[in-house]
Every structure is written in structure tokens, then in C-alpha cells.
Design a protein around this ligand. Structure first.
Ligand SMILES: *[C@@H]1O[C@H](CO)[C@@H](O)[C@H](O)[C@H]1NC(C)=O
Ligand SMILES: *[C@@H]1O[C@H](CO)[C@@H](O)[C@H](O)[C@H]1NC(C)=O
Ligand SMILES: *[C@@H]1O[C@H](CO)[C@@H](O)[C@H](O)[C@H]1NC(C)=O
Ligand SMILES: *[C@@H]1O[C@H](CO)[C@@H](O)[C@H](O)[C@H]1NC(C)=O
Length: 354
């Protein structure tokens, strides 16, 4: 059911999204250039001046739900934030540069419904590039973040939960921490996350259910850390009734270098990963630790750290795991022995399994 309604949402968005940023007739625009920005909304000028952030925020605050702001100009908002309220579509066709606004997102939408950000290109060193909580029916389209630090996209941990979030294509380079970090989402659909040279995870999904992800790619992500190109943590995939019936589906994961490839930890699970292609990961290519009902249906591991099933004492042992994998040039280890573990391995990697 959840999978069908997510697909319906995606199709609904596809019908209303414009093929190009700024196409059609946006109700509000921000134009001009450094020192001289002009915002118009519904036929009138609402801002003229040198403050890029104020031009954008004024345009957003001047439209109604169901309307769109297209930011045609490039500029810097410095160490500040832009807030998007319910029902509004916000797109940046230029390049939005951001600064470090401690504990805050450069772009935020909090306790809102039906917000859409079809296009955004961001540069700079934010605390969070984008920050969300308490959203429903949030849509992120083509998002490019070329950062020099911070977290790319963050859904907050200690805040209201989210439902029906969709993302089409998220490309993040240079985040100091995670490219995309989610907490508290029921109904998450992602086309692709491509993370390059990021300090911690590529896609980190936590405390979320009914998740569908097409493709995750990590290139040199989490180098020297225990983070991973794809990481499930903090009871991710555990349903409200406490069970781990499969509700997290990831089609494909590709990881090169960096820290870990795929990591499921801290009572997460209920997940099926269709295919993995992991090479030269500096930490475990795959680590499954206190994780329940996880399947990897196929793929390859070439070199890098070992494929490992593990468990810490603080949580129940790892159980109900099924792995089909070709492993070459690194080892496979199950320690301690999990419960109801099914291995279907090929390749030359040495095995130490139960
Ligand atoms: C962002 O990075 C990508 C990949 O390196 C590059 O192709 C693109 O031109 C960059 N865009 C900006 C605005 O920095
Ligand atoms: C794992 O998920 C599948 C599919 O939802 C379900 O049939 C099975 O009962 C689950 N097993 C456990 C042990 O949670
Ligand atoms: C054993 O694990 C598989 C997943 O690999 C799961 O679908 C199945 O329900 C588990 N069996 C039992 C008896 O829990
Ligand atoms: C085991 O893996 C092979 C591919 O290496 C695959 O053809 C086969 O179907 C798998 N068996 C099971 C029981 O999953």
C-alpha cells in the first residue's frame, strides 16, 4: 500500500513540475545581480536592494499556497536562513551561496505541508544546507550541493516527524559530514543520492519506515570513519508494532573507497537491497550489526574491508539476514554467530562464517 501511494505522489509531482527551472509563469521571481536584486510577486515589485536573502524571503512571503517563486539570480545569503511555508514551490535557477548558521539550515521548512523545491544549486559551508521537520508531502527535485563543509540535507531527530517525502536526484560534493541524513519519516521515496568526497555518510536513514530508494552512490565518502555510503541506524525500518516486516527497499548501491559501503546498525532492518557494487572501501564493505530482517539479493564486493555480521551486547543479536554476494579480495566474517543467517557466497574471499 505504502509503495503504491508513494508512486502516486511521484506521478502527481511529475505532472506539475516544469521541465526547466523558471519555465512557465512563476508567480514570483528574484532577478538582478550582486548589489541590485529585484523581487516581484503577482505583478508587483516587492523588493529592490542589495540583500539577496531578503529579496528571496520577501518573494516567498508574498505568494500564496499553490504558487511558485523562481530565483533567477545568483548570490549569497551569508550566515542566515530562508524559510518556506506550506503549499509553496521554491526553486533556485542561479547558484545560492550560503554561510555557517549554527545549528540551522540555510534553507528550512518546518511544520509544513505540500512544499516543493524542484531545483536548487547551492555552494558554501553551511551547518545544514537544508533542514526539515514536521513536513508532509515535501518534494525535492534536482538538488546540487557543492559544499565545503556541513551536512547537505537533514531531517531533525528531536522534532516533529514527517510523512510522504520524495526526492528525485540529490548530488552532494564536499559535505564535511553526511550528504543526506534523515530521521522520523514515514513514506520516503528517493530516486538517487550521489555523494562525492563527503566526510561521513552518503545516505543515512534513521527511524524511518516505508522507504523506497532507487540508487545510492558514494565516491570517497566517510573516509577514515565508520560511516557508510548507505547506512541504516536508530531503529530504521522498525514498524510501529515493533516488527521488521520488509518496508525499506533500495534498488542499487555503488560505493568506491571512503569508509564503509553498506552499514545496518542499532536495531535497524526490515530492508531489502537489490544489488550492491562495492570496491576498495577503507572500512567494512558491509557491516550488519544488531540488524533484523535484512536481505541483499545480489552484487559484488571487490577488495576493501571485510564483509561482516556482528553484534554488540547492548541490543538483541543480529537475526534474519540473507546475503547473496560475490566477494573477491577480502574476507567474510560472522562473529558472533547471528540467528537465522543465510549466506549464498561466491568469489575468492576467505570465509569465517557459522
Ligand atoms: C558542482 O559540481 C559538479 C561536479 O563537480 C560540477 O559539474 C558543477 O559545475 C558544479 N556546480 C557549481 C555551481 O559549483
Ligand atoms: C521479514 O520480512 C518479510 C517480508 O515482509 C516477512 O514475511 C517476514 O515475516 C519477516 N521476518 C521477520 C523475522 O521479521
Ligand atoms: C529467516 O530470515 C528471513 C530473512 O532472511 C526471513 O524472511 C524469515 O522470516 C526468517 N525466518 C524466521 C523463522 O524468522
Ligand atoms: C545464490 O547465488 C546465485 C548467484 O551467485 C544465484 O544464481 C542463486 O539463485 C542464489 N541462490 C539462492 C538460494 O538465493
Amino acid at each position: 500500500m505504502a509503495r503504491i501511494s508513494l508512486l502516486a505522489n511521484l506521478l502527481a509531482f511529475a505532472a506539475t513540475a516544469y521541465a526547466q527551472c523558471g519555465a512557465g509563469s512563476p508567480e514570483a521571481t528574484v532577478g538582478g545581480s550582486s548589489g541590485n536584486y529585484v523581487a516581484t510577486a503577482n505583478g508587483g515589485q516587492v523588493y529592490a536592494g542589495s540583500d539577496y536573502r531578503l529579496a528571496i524571503q520577501t518573494a516567498i512571503d508574498s505568494i500564496s499556497a499553490g504558487q511558485r517563486v523562481s530565483v533567477l539570480a545568483s548570490g549569497s545569503i551569508g550566515a542566515s536562513s530562508i524559510d518556506i511555508s506550506s503549499g509553496k514551490t521554491f526553486e533556485v535557477c542561479g547558484t545560492l551561496d550560503v554561510g555557517f548558521n549554527n545549528a540551522r539550515g540555510a534553507i528550512r521548512s518546518r511544520d509544513t505541508s505540500d512544499v516543493s523545491i524542484p531545483y536548487l544549486t547551492m555552494t558554501g559551508n553551511p551547518y545544514f544546507g537544508m533542514q526539515f521537520y514536521g513536513t508532509s508531502n515535501l518534494h525535492l527535485g534536482e538538488i546540487v550541493m557543492n559544499l565545503s563543509g556541513g551536512i547537505g540535507i537533514r531531517f531533525d531527530r528531536d522534532a516533529a516527524s514527517n510523512s510522504d517525502v520524495s526526492m528525485d536526484s540529490i548530488r552532494v560534493t564536499g559535505a564535511g559530514s553526511h550528504a543526506v541524513e534523515t530521521f522520523n519519516i514515514d513514506g520516503l521515496s528517493i530516486g538517487e543520492v550521489i555523494a562525492t568526497n563527503c566526510g561521513e555518510s552518503g545516505l543515512l536513514i534513521q527511524t524511518s519506515t516505508n522507504v523506497q530508494v532507487g540508487y545510492v552512490e558514494g565516491n570517497n565518502v566517510g573516509s577514515g570513519t565508520g560511516y557508510a555510503t548507505l547506512r541504516f541506524a536508530n531503529n530504521n525500518g522498525q514498524l510501529v508494532d515493533g516488527s521488521y516486516n520488509t518496508n525499506v527497499y533500495v534498488d542499487r548501491v555503488v560505493s568506491r573507497g571512503g569508509g564503509r559501503g553498506v552499514f545496518c546498525v542499532s536495531q535497524s532492518g526490515g530492508a531489502e537491497i537489490g544489488y550492491v557494487d562495492l570496491a576498495d572501501n577503507g572500512n567494512n564493505a558491509v557491516l550488519i550489526e544488531n540488524c533484523y530482517n535484512l536481505s541483499i539479493l545480489g552484487g559484488t564486493v571487490s577488495g576493501g574491508g571485510e564483509v561482516r555480521i556482528a553484534a554488540r551486547d547492548e541490543f538483541p543479536n543480529t537475526r534474519d539476514v540473507s546475503i547473496t554476494l560475490r566477494v573477491d579480495g577480502t574476507t567474510v566474517r560472522e562473529s558472533p554467530c547471528g540467528e537465522n543467517i543465510s549466506w549464498n557466497l561466491s568469489g575468492n574471499g576467505a570465509r569465517n562464517i557459522c
